[in-house]
Ligand binder design. Structure first.
Ligand code: ADP
Ligand code: MG
Length: 273
């Protein structure tokens, strides 16, 4: 019943905001689950040492499990770290383990330290093609709350950036630094990179402040901001403790409906928002 249009080519979307707790991981896993439920092939790359996306997708990410760490630091093929998500047959995930917490420092001394994730993904997608496996429609990369080398790798990998913004007082603080970083990456490492999508998260329409922040964001980014915003919903925050997205945990909750609607909107927009 939820069928999304396939994009012409693989859309690679980096979900970033250097602020913690704004809904990056929640957005990554629930958009991914919605797209997968809509019949698309989706790959989530958990690029945050906390491994919250892996947890929410029910993916084994105990220390030692092949993960984005082996890919980034040891040069392992991405295919060796890809796991299927138990709840969605067309959703794949490259988990993050605790090992990734050292990667930020280990990467500094490695060659092509900024492009390692990009190369690994390029090879993975090309190998799938060559093997006649179904094309991945969406790649979503979850980022840690910083602008270090892990996030830089995610920006070099992505063509689009999705910025979740929590509708609270300090929402726009730090946004100019984020945009400046994206501009630098675009100028020097990845000319295709652009902010295609902004999603308002944990939105409480009853407060004036949330409404003010929302309209300010829409004024600044009229083309990027999705019409759909995500309301605060207890079910959304409960789902990860069951190793689930809210899409499978409580499909009829307001949070699940909102994320499915946001995913539909994302899928209907051209890759260049
Ligand atoms: P980030 O990845 O940016 O650090 P998270 O996605 O982990 O942020 O979200 C931060 C916290 O807020 C988590 O505990 C999450 O469960 C909760 N949360 C996120 N979105 C919602 C929502 N729409 N309603 C209720 N809680 C939410
Ligand atoms: Mg997170």
């Amino acid at each position: 019943n939820h069928s999304f249009a396939r994009p012409e080519t693989t859309r690679i979307i980096t979900v970033a905001n250097q602020k913690g707790g704004v809904g990056k991981t929640t957005t990554t896993v629930n958009m991914a689950a919605s797209l997968a439920q809509g019949g698309l092939n989706v790959l989530v790359i958990d690029n945050d040492p906390q491994g919250n996306a892996s947890t929410a997708l029910g993916i084994d990410h105990r220390a030692g499990v092949p993960s984005v760490y082996e890919v980034l630091v040891e040069g392992a093929p991405l295919a060796e770290a890809v796991q299927p998500c138990p709840d969605f047959p067309t959703l794949l995930c490259v988990p993050a383990t605790i090992d990734l917490s050292g990667a930020e420092i280990e990467l500094v001394s490695l060659v092509s330290r900024e492009t390692r994730l990009r190369r690994a993904l390029d090879v993975y997608l090309a190998d799938r093609d060559a093997a006649g496996e179904p094309r991945i429609d969406y790649v979503l990369v979850d980022c840690p709350p910083s602008l270090g080398l892990l996030t830089v790798n995610a920006f070099v990998t992505g063509r689009e950036v999705l910025i979740p913004i929590q509708c609270e007082y300090y929402a726009l603080e730090g946004l100019s630094q984020l945009l400046k970083t994206i501009q630098l990456i675009q100028a020097h490492l990845n000319p295709e990179l652009h902010v295609s999508t902004i999603l308002l998260t944990m939105y409480d329409s009853r407060t004036n402040l949330a409404q003010q922040v929302a309209s300010e964001v829409r004024e600044h980014f009229p083309d990027q901001t999705l019409v759909t915003s995500i309301p605060r919903s207890v079910r959304v925050s409960e789902a990860p403790s069951h190793g689930q997205t809210v899409i499978s945990y409580e499909p009829s909750s307001t949070g699940a409906l909102a994320y499915r609607e946001a995913a539909r909107e994302l899928s209907e927009r051209a890759a260049r928002g």
